[in-house]
Design a protein around this ligand. Structure first.
Ligand code: UD1
Length: 357
């Protein structure tokens, strides 16, 4: 079998790494790694390849940034050529980014089967670009690997045949299980001179950072929280650009460049609270038992709320402040680890690919 993995942006890399490893161990066949180039900065891409032990991509389409239509279309045009040269038996795509949907559409039109890792997640919010990417990808992909039972339910409700759906667990947690001990050795807290208790912030969703009023509101609230708790904020390039255009004073927040995987996991594992709008971080904090406050109206990962340590804050900045206080005074829920988030999801995927497909 010739298997081709498509990755494009930061959250894809930690999902592909364990699947590639597991397929190597199962002698599933030859593997090709294609990077679309959606993320291209050293600290948004290259560092993850090094730290996760991902092979150097066999090709990089170098599509870079652009509007959704331009980025998606450019990936489709460039990947089609590559697929026609390579003739893979199966293409494996990850998550919900523009590269995921672009690769899936292109493969399907030229008759190459697609497996989607992290299928079935739904926020039911069609204003999120990722929700559209998830819906389209899952409708047309051939094999759907879900991280939790809600994923199976959504796919069945959307009329997808049961035999295409495989509940395997969470591959992002596979990477976390493998690398958490190594991350813990790094002592980033000491290097950054952070006190014992601190909050870790990440924000990059267009709904939070592209609207100036919303961004000012969030940043002002965070700065107030910073009166009681040290705050550190590794800042996404999209957010950095938005903040550069604004006049908001945040002396209580320590800004950092985007962190590599190991340092970021170390920062999460030691944090008193994580305040985020990321998808993957809701899952990683649940696994590590760290309180997570998600600055979004909805989540495609509800299991992190019902089982884990996550709480949705929406745009309610009073709720954000109160929740931080609850955490600081020991009145926050503790959470458990969802089933099948056990470090073995990628082995299940490799078994299914080798035995069934
Ligand atoms: C993308 C994904 C999002 C994921 C996020 C993680 C889509 C629709 N969105 O959002 O689901 O959570 O990645 O980061 O695919 N930029 C740089 N350097 C880079 C990459 C981006 O400076 O290496 C800047 C550019 O100004 C770019 C902006 O960030 O226009 C946004 O990048 P883009 O890839 O369009 O989306 P993300 O916001 O990163």
């Amino acid at each position: 079998m010739k298997l081709l993995h498509v990755v494009g942006a930061r959250p894809n890399f930690m999902k592909a790494a364990p699947v590639i490893d597991a397929l190597n161990r199962s002698n599933a066949g030859s593997q090709i790694l294609l990077h679309t180039g959606q993320h291209y900065d050293e600290n948004m891409s290259r560092i993850f390849f090094d730290e996760l032990g991902l092979p150097t991509p066999d090709a990089n389409l170098e599509v870079g940034s652009g509007s959704h239509a331009k980025q998606t279309a450019e990936i489709m045009i460039r990947i089609e050529q590559y697929l026609l040269e390579q003739h893979p038996d199966l293409v494996i795509v990850y998550g919900d980014i523009n590269s995921t949907v672009a690769a899936t559409l292109t493969c399907t039109k030229i008759g190459i089967p697609v497996a989607h890792v992290e299928a079935g997640l739904r926020s039911f919010d069609r204003t999120m670009p990722e929700e559209i990417n998830r819906l389209v990808t899952d409708q047309i992909a051939n094999y759907l690997f879900t991280p939790s039972p809600d994923g199976d339910e959504h796919l069945l409700n959307e009329g997808i045949a049961q035999e295409k759906i495989f509940l395997v667990g969470n591959v992002m947690i596979d990477t976390l299980v493998r690398l958490l001990p190594k991350a813990k050795e790094r002592n980033v807290r000491a290097t950054l001179q952070l006190p014992e208790q601190y909050g870790l912030i990440t924000l990059h969703r267009p709904s939070n950072v592209d609207d100036p009023d919303s961004l000012v509101d969030i940043m002002t609230t965070l700065n107030q929280i910073g009166d009681d708790l040290a705050l550190v904020f590794p800042i996404h390039p999209r957010t950095r650009k938005r903040l550069a255009d604004m006049d908001v004073k945040t002396p209580n927040i320590q800004f950092l460049e985007p962190q590599g995987y190991l340092d970021f996991v170390a920062l999460q594992s030691d944090a008193t609270v994580v305040i985020t709008d990321s998808g993957g971080i809701q899952e990683e904090t649940t696994y590590m038992g760290v309180p997570c406050l998600t600055v979004r109206e909805n989540t495609e990962r509800p299991i992190t709320i019902t089982v884990g340590t996550n709480t949705l804050i929406g745009k309610d900045m009073d709720k954000l402040k109160q929740s931080v206080q609850a955490i600081l005074t020991g009145q926050y829920k503790s959470g458990k680890n969802p089933e099948l988030w056990d470090g073995q999801a990628s082995n299940r995927i490799a078994d299914i690919i080798v035995n069934h497909l």
